[in-house]
Design a protein around this ligand. Structure first.
Ligand code: AMP
Ligand code: MG
Length: 499
Protein backbone atom coordinates (compact mmCIF):
# COMPACT_ATOMS: atom_id res chain seq x y z
CA UNK A 1 0.00 0.00 0.00
CA UNK A 2 1.38 3.42 -0.92
CA UNK A 3 1.82 6.13 1.69
CA UNK A 4 -1.06 8.09 0.21
CA UNK A 5 -3.48 5.18 0.55
CA UNK A 6 -5.21 4.29 3.72
CA UNK A 7 -6.88 1.11 4.82
CA UNK A 8 -10.55 1.82 5.27
CA UNK A 9 -11.84 -1.35 6.86
CA UNK A 10 -14.08 0.78 8.99
CA UNK A 11 -15.48 -0.60 12.18
CA UNK A 12 -19.29 -0.28 12.23
CA UNK A 13 -18.99 2.13 15.16
CA UNK A 14 -17.40 4.75 12.93
CA UNK A 15 -19.13 3.85 9.70
CA UNK A 16 -19.25 6.72 7.24
CA UNK A 17 -22.64 5.50 6.12
CA UNK A 18 -21.62 4.22 2.71
CA UNK A 19 -23.93 1.47 1.59
CA UNK A 20 -22.71 0.32 -1.79
CA UNK A 21 -24.40 -1.97 -4.21
CA UNK A 22 -22.98 -2.51 -7.69
CA UNK A 23 -25.92 -3.54 -9.83
CA UNK A 24 -24.32 -2.19 -13.02
CA UNK A 25 -21.50 -4.73 -12.66
CA UNK A 26 -24.12 -7.48 -12.83
CA UNK A 27 -24.87 -6.53 -16.44
CA UNK A 28 -22.86 -8.43 -19.03
CA UNK A 29 -19.29 -7.13 -18.82
CA UNK A 30 -19.38 -5.64 -22.33
CA UNK A 31 -20.86 -2.58 -20.60
CA UNK A 32 -17.90 -1.78 -18.33
CA UNK A 33 -14.31 -2.43 -17.40
CA UNK A 34 -13.24 -2.94 -13.79
CA UNK A 35 -10.98 -0.04 -12.99
CA UNK A 36 -9.70 1.43 -9.76
CA UNK A 37 -8.83 5.12 -9.56
CA UNK A 38 -5.14 5.96 -9.86
CA UNK A 39 -3.90 7.30 -6.55
CA UNK A 40 -2.86 10.96 -6.34
CA UNK A 41 0.01 12.59 -4.54
CA UNK A 42 -1.49 14.98 -2.03
CA UNK A 43 -5.29 14.89 -1.92
CA UNK A 44 -6.89 17.87 -0.22
CA UNK A 45 -10.63 18.41 0.00
CA UNK A 46 -11.48 21.99 -0.96
CA UNK A 47 -15.27 21.90 -1.29
CA UNK A 48 -17.68 19.59 0.45
CA UNK A 49 -21.45 19.52 0.13
CA UNK A 50 -22.65 18.89 3.66
CA UNK A 51 -26.42 19.10 2.97
CA UNK A 52 -26.07 16.59 0.13
CA UNK A 53 -23.95 14.26 2.28
CA UNK A 54 -26.61 14.36 4.99
CA UNK A 55 -29.42 13.72 2.50
CA UNK A 56 -27.50 10.67 1.27
CA UNK A 57 -27.38 9.35 4.82
CA UNK A 58 -23.63 9.78 5.15
CA UNK A 59 -22.14 10.37 8.56
CA UNK A 60 -20.22 13.63 8.39
CA UNK A 61 -18.20 13.13 11.53
CA UNK A 62 -17.08 9.65 10.53
CA UNK A 63 -16.40 10.74 6.95
CA UNK A 64 -14.05 13.43 8.14
CA UNK A 65 -12.49 11.15 10.78
CA UNK A 66 -11.89 8.46 8.14
CA UNK A 67 -10.25 11.12 6.04
CA UNK A 68 -12.46 12.44 3.31
CA UNK A 69 -9.31 13.38 1.38
CA UNK A 70 -8.59 9.72 0.72
CA UNK A 71 -12.13 8.72 -0.18
CA UNK A 72 -12.95 11.61 -2.50
CA UNK A 73 -9.62 11.37 -4.32
CA UNK A 74 -10.03 7.65 -4.99
CA UNK A 75 -6.90 6.84 -2.98
CA UNK A 76 -9.12 4.72 -0.73
CA UNK A 77 -11.99 2.63 -2.02
CA UNK A 78 -14.89 2.55 0.44
CA UNK A 79 -15.91 -0.91 1.62
CA UNK A 80 -18.44 -2.49 -0.73
CA UNK A 81 -17.61 -0.36 -3.78
CA UNK A 82 -16.53 -2.14 -6.98
CA UNK A 83 -15.11 0.60 -9.19
CA UNK A 84 -15.68 0.47 -12.94
CA UNK A 85 -15.37 2.61 -16.04
CA UNK A 86 -18.56 2.50 -18.09
CA UNK A 87 -18.60 1.93 -21.83
CA UNK A 88 -20.68 4.17 -24.06
CA UNK A 89 -20.78 5.70 -27.50
CA UNK A 90 -21.94 9.13 -28.55
CA UNK A 91 -22.71 11.46 -31.40
CA UNK A 92 -20.26 14.28 -30.79
CA UNK A 93 -21.34 17.30 -32.83
CA UNK A 94 -23.21 14.89 -35.09
CA UNK A 95 -20.49 12.24 -35.50
CA UNK A 96 -20.76 8.84 -33.86
CA UNK A 97 -17.74 7.78 -31.79
CA UNK A 98 -17.01 4.95 -29.37
CA UNK A 99 -16.27 6.64 -26.04
CA UNK A 100 -16.63 5.44 -22.45
CA UNK A 101 -15.46 6.86 -19.14
CA UNK A 102 -12.04 8.16 -20.08
CA UNK A 103 -11.44 9.99 -16.83
CA UNK A 104 -14.40 9.12 -14.65
CA UNK A 105 -14.69 6.07 -12.45
CA UNK A 106 -17.94 4.84 -10.99
CA UNK A 107 -17.24 3.73 -7.42
CA UNK A 108 -20.64 2.05 -7.21
CA UNK A 109 -24.23 2.80 -6.29
CA UNK A 110 -24.86 4.14 -2.82
CA UNK A 111 -28.24 3.16 -1.35
CA UNK A 112 -29.61 5.81 1.01
CA UNK A 113 -31.39 4.92 4.25
CA UNK A 114 -34.66 5.67 2.39
CA UNK A 115 -33.71 3.16 -0.30
CA UNK A 116 -32.80 5.55 -3.13
CA UNK A 117 -29.95 4.47 -5.39
CA UNK A 118 -27.29 6.96 -6.53
CA UNK A 119 -24.19 6.54 -8.64
CA UNK A 120 -21.09 7.85 -6.89
CA UNK A 121 -18.61 8.79 -9.57
CA UNK A 122 -15.14 10.29 -9.33
CA UNK A 123 -14.43 12.56 -12.29
CA UNK A 124 -10.74 13.06 -13.04
CA UNK A 125 -9.73 9.82 -11.27
CA UNK A 126 -7.13 8.57 -13.73
CA UNK A 127 -6.81 6.69 -17.00
CA UNK A 128 -9.11 3.86 -17.99
CA UNK A 129 -9.44 1.54 -20.95
CA UNK A 130 -11.46 4.34 -22.60
CA UNK A 131 -9.00 7.20 -22.14
CA UNK A 132 -7.75 7.14 -25.74
CA UNK A 133 -4.99 9.76 -25.72
CA UNK A 134 -6.33 11.62 -22.68
CA UNK A 135 -4.59 11.73 -19.31
CA UNK A 136 -7.66 10.68 -17.30
CA UNK A 137 -7.36 13.81 -15.22
CA UNK A 138 -9.26 17.04 -14.69
CA UNK A 139 -8.23 20.57 -13.78
CA UNK A 140 -9.55 22.39 -10.73
CA UNK A 141 -11.39 25.16 -12.64
CA UNK A 142 -13.69 22.89 -14.70
CA UNK A 143 -14.45 20.66 -11.69
CA UNK A 144 -15.43 23.68 -9.60
CA UNK A 145 -17.48 24.97 -12.54
CA UNK A 146 -19.43 21.70 -12.63
CA UNK A 147 -19.87 21.90 -8.85
CA UNK A 148 -21.24 25.45 -9.03
CA UNK A 149 -23.56 24.95 -12.00
CA UNK A 150 -24.96 21.58 -10.96
CA UNK A 151 -25.72 22.81 -7.45
CA UNK A 152 -27.27 25.99 -8.87
CA UNK A 153 -29.46 23.90 -11.17
CA UNK A 154 -30.56 21.78 -8.23
CA UNK A 155 -31.48 24.86 -6.20
CA UNK A 156 -33.47 26.14 -9.19
CA UNK A 157 -35.53 22.96 -9.03
CA UNK A 158 -34.13 21.47 -12.26
CA UNK A 159 -33.33 17.74 -12.36
CA UNK A 160 -29.56 17.39 -12.35
CA UNK A 161 -26.62 15.34 -11.22
CA UNK A 162 -25.17 16.77 -8.01
CA UNK A 163 -21.70 17.50 -6.67
CA UNK A 164 -20.58 16.12 -3.34
CA UNK A 165 -16.93 17.17 -3.15
CA UNK A 166 -13.93 18.52 -4.95
CA UNK A 167 -10.40 17.54 -3.94
CA UNK A 168 -7.22 18.95 -5.34
CA UNK A 169 -4.71 16.24 -6.18
CA UNK A 170 -1.39 17.97 -5.52
CA UNK A 171 -0.50 17.16 -9.13
CA UNK A 172 -0.48 19.32 -12.21
CA UNK A 173 -2.49 18.64 -15.34
CA UNK A 174 -1.23 19.91 -18.64
CA UNK A 175 -3.65 21.64 -21.00
CA UNK A 176 -2.69 24.89 -22.71
CA UNK A 177 -0.74 25.51 -19.53
CA UNK A 178 -0.02 23.59 -16.33
CA UNK A 179 -3.08 23.66 -14.07
CA UNK A 180 -3.85 22.35 -10.59
CA UNK A 181 -5.42 18.89 -10.84
CA UNK A 182 -8.71 18.04 -9.12
CA UNK A 183 -11.32 15.32 -8.75
CA UNK A 184 -15.07 15.91 -8.52
CA UNK A 185 -17.41 13.48 -6.78
CA UNK A 186 -20.56 13.41 -8.86
CA UNK A 187 -23.82 11.99 -7.55
CA UNK A 188 -26.32 10.89 -10.20
CA UNK A 189 -29.53 8.89 -10.38
CA UNK A 190 -27.47 6.95 -12.92
CA UNK A 191 -25.02 7.49 -15.74
CA UNK A 192 -27.04 5.64 -18.36
CA UNK A 193 -26.98 7.84 -21.42
CA UNK A 194 -28.45 7.84 -24.90
CA UNK A 195 -24.87 6.94 -25.80
CA UNK A 196 -24.98 3.83 -23.58
CA UNK A 197 -27.84 2.56 -25.74
CA UNK A 198 -25.94 3.49 -28.89
CA UNK A 199 -22.98 1.50 -27.57
CA UNK A 200 -25.24 -1.52 -26.98
CA UNK A 201 -26.83 -1.19 -30.42
CA UNK A 202 -23.43 -0.94 -32.13
CA UNK A 203 -22.85 -4.64 -31.34
CA UNK A 204 -25.71 -5.79 -33.59
CA UNK A 205 -26.90 -7.93 -30.72
CA UNK A 206 -30.53 -7.39 -29.76
CA UNK A 207 -30.05 -9.17 -26.44
CA UNK A 208 -27.43 -6.63 -25.39
CA UNK A 209 -29.84 -3.75 -26.01
CA UNK A 210 -32.63 -5.69 -24.30
CA UNK A 211 -30.53 -6.26 -21.18
CA UNK A 212 -29.73 -2.54 -20.95
CA UNK A 213 -33.36 -1.56 -21.58
CA UNK A 214 -34.57 -4.01 -18.91
CA UNK A 215 -31.96 -2.72 -16.46
CA UNK A 216 -33.01 0.88 -17.17
CA UNK A 217 -36.70 0.07 -16.79
CA UNK A 218 -36.10 -1.66 -13.45
CA UNK A 219 -33.88 1.10 -12.15
CA UNK A 220 -35.66 4.23 -13.36
CA UNK A 221 -39.16 3.30 -14.50
CA UNK A 222 -40.24 0.30 -12.39
CA UNK A 223 -43.94 1.10 -12.88
CA UNK A 224 -43.55 0.51 -16.63
CA UNK A 225 -42.06 -2.96 -16.37
CA UNK A 226 -45.41 -4.69 -16.73
CA UNK A 227 -46.81 -2.46 -19.45
CA UNK A 228 -47.93 -4.04 -22.72
CA UNK A 229 -44.99 -2.85 -24.81
CA UNK A 230 -42.51 -1.94 -22.09
CA UNK A 231 -39.84 -0.77 -24.55
CA UNK A 232 -42.27 1.68 -26.13
CA UNK A 233 -43.19 2.82 -22.61
CA UNK A 234 -39.49 3.38 -21.96
CA UNK A 235 -39.16 5.46 -25.12
CA UNK A 236 -42.24 7.51 -24.22
CA UNK A 237 -41.00 8.11 -20.67
CA UNK A 238 -37.57 9.27 -21.86
CA UNK A 239 -39.22 11.61 -24.41
CA UNK A 240 -41.49 13.00 -21.69
CA UNK A 241 -38.65 13.59 -19.23
CA UNK A 242 -36.49 15.32 -21.83
CA UNK A 243 -39.35 17.56 -22.96
CA UNK A 244 -39.82 18.59 -19.33
CA UNK A 245 -36.10 19.06 -18.70
CA UNK A 246 -35.29 21.11 -21.79
CA UNK A 247 -38.32 23.34 -21.10
CA UNK A 248 -36.85 24.05 -17.66
CA UNK A 249 -33.46 24.88 -19.16
CA UNK A 250 -35.10 27.27 -21.60
CA UNK A 251 -37.09 28.95 -18.82
CA UNK A 252 -33.96 29.87 -16.87
CA UNK A 253 -31.76 30.71 -19.87
CA UNK A 254 -29.42 27.75 -19.45
CA UNK A 255 -27.20 26.71 -22.35
CA UNK A 256 -25.74 23.24 -21.96
CA UNK A 257 -23.17 23.82 -24.68
CA UNK A 258 -22.36 20.22 -25.57
CA UNK A 259 -25.58 18.27 -26.04
CA UNK A 260 -23.85 15.27 -27.56
CA UNK A 261 -25.79 12.02 -27.17
CA UNK A 262 -23.29 10.81 -24.56
CA UNK A 263 -24.19 13.85 -22.48
CA UNK A 264 -27.95 13.14 -22.44
CA UNK A 265 -29.04 11.13 -19.44
CA UNK A 266 -31.81 8.57 -19.91
CA UNK A 267 -33.42 9.35 -16.55
CA UNK A 268 -33.88 13.04 -17.43
CA UNK A 269 -31.21 14.68 -15.30
CA UNK A 270 -29.00 17.49 -16.62
CA UNK A 271 -25.52 16.01 -16.86
CA UNK A 272 -21.97 16.96 -17.79
CA UNK A 273 -21.48 20.63 -17.15
CA UNK A 274 -18.57 21.43 -19.42
CA UNK A 275 -18.80 24.61 -21.45
CA UNK A 276 -22.32 25.36 -20.16
CA UNK A 277 -23.38 28.86 -19.11
CA UNK A 278 -26.42 31.00 -18.39
CA UNK A 279 -27.49 33.66 -20.84
CA UNK A 280 -27.39 37.33 -19.80
CA UNK A 281 -29.07 39.35 -22.59
CA UNK A 282 -31.77 37.35 -24.30
CA UNK A 283 -30.78 36.05 -27.72
CA UNK A 284 -31.76 32.62 -29.08
CA UNK A 285 -28.54 32.49 -31.07
CA UNK A 286 -26.35 32.69 -27.95
CA UNK A 287 -23.42 30.25 -27.96
CA UNK A 288 -20.72 30.36 -25.30
CA UNK A 289 -18.71 27.26 -26.06
CA UNK A 290 -15.49 27.89 -27.94
CA UNK A 291 -15.72 24.46 -29.60
CA UNK A 292 -19.27 24.98 -30.91
CA UNK A 293 -18.24 26.97 -33.94
CA UNK A 294 -21.35 26.24 -36.02
CA UNK A 295 -23.71 27.08 -33.15
CA UNK A 296 -25.19 23.58 -33.22
CA UNK A 297 -25.92 23.84 -29.49
CA UNK A 298 -27.03 27.49 -29.44
CA UNK A 299 -29.66 28.39 -26.83
CA UNK A 300 -32.60 28.32 -29.26
CA UNK A 301 -31.51 25.04 -30.88
CA UNK A 302 -31.69 23.00 -27.68
CA UNK A 303 -35.25 21.63 -28.14
CA UNK A 304 -34.52 20.45 -31.71
CA UNK A 305 -31.22 18.92 -30.63
CA UNK A 306 -33.01 17.07 -27.84
CA UNK A 307 -35.40 15.67 -30.44
CA UNK A 308 -32.47 14.70 -32.66
CA UNK A 309 -30.82 12.89 -29.74
CA UNK A 310 -34.09 11.16 -28.85
CA UNK A 311 -34.33 9.95 -32.44
CA UNK A 312 -30.90 8.35 -32.02
CA UNK A 313 -32.20 6.74 -28.82
CA UNK A 314 -35.34 5.46 -30.58
CA UNK A 315 -33.18 3.91 -33.32
CA UNK A 316 -31.40 1.77 -30.75
CA UNK A 317 -34.74 0.40 -29.55
CA UNK A 318 -36.07 -0.55 -33.01
CA UNK A 319 -35.36 -4.29 -32.63
CA UNK A 320 -37.33 -4.28 -29.37
CA UNK A 321 -40.37 -2.23 -30.34
CA UNK A 322 -41.89 -4.77 -32.74
CA UNK A 323 -40.71 -7.89 -34.58
CA UNK A 324 -41.43 -6.24 -37.91
CA UNK A 325 -38.89 -3.48 -38.59
CA UNK A 326 -41.26 -1.31 -40.64
CA UNK A 327 -43.78 -1.47 -37.83
CA UNK A 328 -41.04 -0.60 -35.31
CA UNK A 329 -40.10 2.45 -37.35
CA UNK A 330 -43.73 3.53 -37.51
CA UNK A 331 -44.10 3.12 -33.73
CA UNK A 332 -40.90 5.06 -33.05
CA UNK A 333 -41.82 7.88 -35.42
CA UNK A 334 -45.21 8.25 -33.87
CA UNK A 335 -43.68 8.36 -30.35
CA UNK A 336 -41.11 10.97 -31.43
CA UNK A 337 -43.67 13.09 -33.22
CA UNK A 338 -45.21 14.23 -29.92
CA UNK A 339 -41.94 15.67 -28.58
CA UNK A 340 -42.31 19.14 -30.10
CA UNK A 341 -45.84 19.61 -28.73
CA UNK A 342 -44.95 18.22 -25.33
CA UNK A 343 -41.93 20.49 -25.09
CA UNK A 344 -44.00 23.49 -26.16
CA UNK A 345 -46.65 22.69 -23.56
CA UNK A 346 -44.14 22.38 -20.72
CA UNK A 347 -42.36 25.51 -21.83
CA UNK A 348 -45.48 27.65 -22.19
CA UNK A 349 -46.86 26.42 -18.86
CA UNK A 350 -43.63 27.53 -17.20
CA UNK A 351 -43.51 30.83 -19.07
CA UNK A 352 -47.08 31.63 -17.98
CA UNK A 353 -45.97 31.22 -14.37
CA UNK A 354 -42.99 33.49 -15.00
CA UNK A 355 -45.51 36.13 -16.10
CA UNK A 356 -47.84 35.56 -13.14
CA UNK A 357 -50.54 33.93 -15.25
CA UNK A 358 -52.71 31.32 -13.59
CA UNK A 359 -54.95 30.58 -16.54
CA UNK A 360 -54.33 29.59 -20.16
CA UNK A 361 -55.49 31.86 -22.99
CA UNK A 362 -54.90 31.34 -26.72
CA UNK A 363 -52.90 34.60 -27.02
CA UNK A 364 -50.42 33.71 -24.27
CA UNK A 365 -47.86 32.30 -26.68
CA UNK A 366 -47.84 35.57 -28.65
CA UNK A 367 -47.56 37.53 -25.39
CA UNK A 368 -44.48 35.55 -24.33
CA UNK A 369 -42.92 35.74 -27.79
CA UNK A 370 -43.43 39.49 -27.97
CA UNK A 371 -41.67 39.93 -24.65
CA UNK A 372 -38.75 37.82 -25.88
CA UNK A 373 -38.47 39.85 -29.07
CA UNK A 374 -38.45 43.07 -27.00
CA UNK A 375 -35.68 41.56 -24.87
CA UNK A 376 -33.69 40.73 -27.98
CA UNK A 377 -34.29 44.11 -29.59
CA UNK A 378 -33.35 46.13 -26.52
CA UNK A 379 -30.64 43.73 -25.28
CA UNK A 380 -32.47 43.18 -22.02
CA UNK A 381 -31.16 40.84 -19.35
CA UNK A 382 -33.28 37.66 -19.38
CA UNK A 383 -33.21 36.89 -15.65
CA UNK A 384 -33.51 40.43 -14.35
CA UNK A 385 -36.30 41.40 -16.74
CA UNK A 386 -38.59 38.71 -15.33
CA UNK A 387 -37.68 39.49 -11.77
CA UNK A 388 -38.14 43.23 -12.34
CA UNK A 389 -41.57 42.62 -13.86
CA UNK A 390 -42.78 41.15 -10.58
CA UNK A 391 -41.18 43.81 -8.39
CA UNK A 392 -42.62 46.37 -10.82
CA UNK A 393 -46.10 45.01 -10.13
CA UNK A 394 -45.58 45.75 -6.46
CA UNK A 395 -44.00 49.21 -6.82
CA UNK A 396 -45.44 50.36 -10.15
CA UNK A 397 -44.08 50.55 -13.68
CA UNK A 398 -42.27 53.74 -14.57
CA UNK A 399 -43.02 54.55 -18.23
CA UNK A 400 -40.65 57.47 -18.27
CA UNK A 401 -37.74 55.28 -17.19
CA UNK A 402 -38.60 52.95 -20.05
CA UNK A 403 -39.19 55.62 -22.68
CA UNK A 404 -36.25 54.38 -24.77
CA UNK A 405 -37.93 50.97 -25.15
CA UNK A 406 -41.37 51.85 -26.61
CA UNK A 407 -42.20 48.30 -27.74
CA UNK A 408 -41.63 47.13 -24.20
CA UNK A 409 -44.07 49.78 -22.89
CA UNK A 410 -46.68 48.57 -25.36
CA UNK A 411 -46.03 44.99 -24.33
CA UNK A 412 -46.30 45.97 -20.66
CA UNK A 413 -49.79 47.40 -21.25
CA UNK A 414 -50.89 44.18 -22.91
CA UNK A 415 -49.49 42.11 -20.09
CA UNK A 416 -51.23 44.23 -17.43
CA UNK A 417 -54.49 43.79 -19.30
CA UNK A 418 -53.97 40.06 -19.44
CA UNK A 419 -53.25 40.00 -15.69
CA UNK A 420 -56.42 41.92 -14.91
CA UNK A 421 -58.49 39.45 -16.95
CA UNK A 422 -57.79 36.70 -14.39
CA UNK A 423 -59.56 36.39 -11.06
CA UNK A 424 -56.34 36.10 -9.03
CA UNK A 425 -55.08 39.33 -7.49
CA UNK A 426 -51.87 41.14 -8.40
CA UNK A 427 -50.46 39.99 -5.06
CA UNK A 428 -51.12 36.40 -6.12
CA UNK A 429 -49.36 37.08 -9.42
CA UNK A 430 -46.36 38.60 -7.62
CA UNK A 431 -46.18 35.59 -5.31
CA UNK A 432 -46.27 33.18 -8.27
CA UNK A 433 -43.63 35.15 -10.16
CA UNK A 434 -41.38 35.44 -7.12
CA UNK A 435 -41.10 31.70 -6.78
CA UNK A 436 -40.68 31.11 -10.52
CA UNK A 437 -38.19 33.83 -11.50
CA UNK A 438 -34.79 33.51 -9.84
CA UNK A 439 -33.07 36.55 -8.36
CA UNK A 440 -29.66 35.01 -8.89
CA UNK A 441 -28.23 32.64 -11.46
CA UNK A 442 -24.59 31.61 -11.80
CA UNK A 443 -23.53 34.53 -13.96
CA UNK A 444 -20.46 33.89 -16.05
CA UNK A 445 -18.39 36.75 -14.70
CA UNK A 446 -19.10 35.68 -11.12
CA UNK A 447 -18.34 32.05 -11.83
CA UNK A 448 -15.06 33.08 -13.46
CA UNK A 449 -14.16 35.30 -10.50
CA UNK A 450 -14.80 32.41 -8.08
CA UNK A 451 -12.73 30.01 -10.19
CA UNK A 452 -9.75 32.28 -10.58
CA UNK A 453 -9.69 33.14 -6.86
CA UNK A 454 -9.87 29.40 -6.09
CA UNK A 455 -7.05 28.64 -8.51
CA UNK A 456 -4.88 31.02 -6.54
CA UNK A 457 -5.88 29.41 -3.26
CA UNK A 458 -8.72 31.66 -2.08
CA UNK A 459 -11.97 29.69 -1.81
CA UNK A 460 -14.02 32.38 -0.05
CA UNK A 461 -15.35 33.88 -3.30
CA UNK A 462 -16.56 30.42 -4.32
CA UNK A 463 -18.10 29.71 -0.93
CA UNK A 464 -20.03 32.99 -0.97
CA UNK A 465 -21.25 32.35 -4.51
CA UNK A 466 -22.41 28.84 -3.60
CA UNK A 467 -24.27 30.20 -0.60
CA UNK A 468 -26.14 32.77 -2.68
CA UNK A 469 -26.93 30.28 -5.43
CA UNK A 470 -28.36 27.80 -2.94
CA UNK A 471 -31.36 30.13 -2.46
CA UNK A 472 -31.90 31.57 -5.90
CA UNK A 473 -35.40 32.93 -5.28
CA UNK A 474 -34.51 34.81 -2.11
CA UNK A 475 -34.37 38.62 -2.20
CA UNK A 476 -31.50 39.66 0.04
CA UNK A 477 -30.26 43.24 0.10
CA UNK A 478 -26.75 41.94 0.97
CA UNK A 479 -26.53 39.98 -2.24
CA UNK A 480 -27.71 42.56 -4.76
CA UNK A 481 -24.31 42.59 -6.46
CA UNK A 482 -24.90 38.99 -7.58
CA UNK A 483 -27.79 40.21 -9.73
CA UNK A 484 -25.62 42.51 -11.80
CA UNK A 485 -25.15 41.55 -15.44
CA UNK A 486 -21.56 41.61 -16.69
CA UNK A 487 -20.03 44.86 -17.86
CA UNK A 488 -20.37 44.75 -21.67
CA UNK A 489 -17.09 43.66 -23.14
CA UNK A 490 -15.70 43.94 -26.62
CA UNK A 491 -15.11 40.18 -26.73
CA UNK A 492 -18.08 37.84 -26.36
CA UNK A 493 -17.83 35.52 -23.33
CA UNK A 494 -16.40 32.09 -24.20
CA UNK A 495 -16.37 28.87 -22.26
CA UNK A 496 -13.87 26.07 -22.72
CA UNK A 497 -14.34 22.36 -22.25
CA UNK A 498 -11.27 22.09 -20.07
CA UNK A 499 -10.84 18.39 -20.82
P1 AMP B 1 -17.02 15.15 -22.33
O1 AMP B 1 -16.69 16.20 -23.34
O2 AMP B 1 -16.61 15.49 -20.92
O3 AMP B 1 -18.42 14.68 -22.41
O4 AMP B 1 -16.09 13.91 -22.70
C1 AMP B 1 -16.14 13.24 -23.92
C2 AMP B 1 -15.28 12.00 -23.87
O5 AMP B 1 -13.91 12.34 -23.69
C3 AMP B 1 -15.61 11.04 -22.75
O6 AMP B 1 -15.43 9.73 -23.21
C4 AMP B 1 -14.60 11.40 -21.70
O7 AMP B 1 -14.37 10.34 -20.80
C5 AMP B 1 -13.37 11.67 -22.55
N1 AMP B 1 -12.41 12.55 -21.87
C6 AMP B 1 -12.57 13.85 -21.58
N2 AMP B 1 -11.48 14.34 -20.96
C7 AMP B 1 -10.59 13.32 -20.85
C8 AMP B 1 -9.28 13.18 -20.31
N3 AMP B 1 -8.63 14.20 -19.75
N4 AMP B 1 -8.70 11.96 -20.36
C9 AMP B 1 -9.32 10.93 -20.92
N5 AMP B 1 -10.55 10.99 -21.46
C10 AMP B 1 -11.19 12.18 -21.43
MG1 MG C 1 -19.54 13.58 -21.22
Amino acid sequence: MKATEKDLNESPAISSGWNFDNSYTRLVNTFFVKQKPTTVKAPNIVVFNQPLAISLGLNMEALLKNDANFIFSGNTIPVGAEPIAQAYAGHQFGHLNMLGDGRAILLGEHITPEGSRYDIQLKGAGVTAFSRRGDGRAALGPMLREYIISEAMHALGIPTTRSLAVVTTGELVYRDSALPGAILTRVAASHIRVGTFQFAASHDNTELVRSLADYTLNRHFPTLVNSENKYLSLLNAVIENQAKLIAQWMQVGFIHGVMNTDNMSICGESIDFGPCAFMDNFDSATVFSSIDQQGRYAFGNQPQIAQWNLTRFAETLLPLLHQDLDESIRIAQSALSVFADKYQQYWLTGMRKKLGLFTAEPDDLALVEELLSCMKKYRMDYTNTFRDLSSGLAIGFNEEENSDTPDFITWHHQWRQRLSSQTESLDDAVALMSKTNPVVIPRNHQVEAALSAAESGDFTVLENLLKVLSQPFKEDANYMSYRAPPIPSAMPYKTFCGT
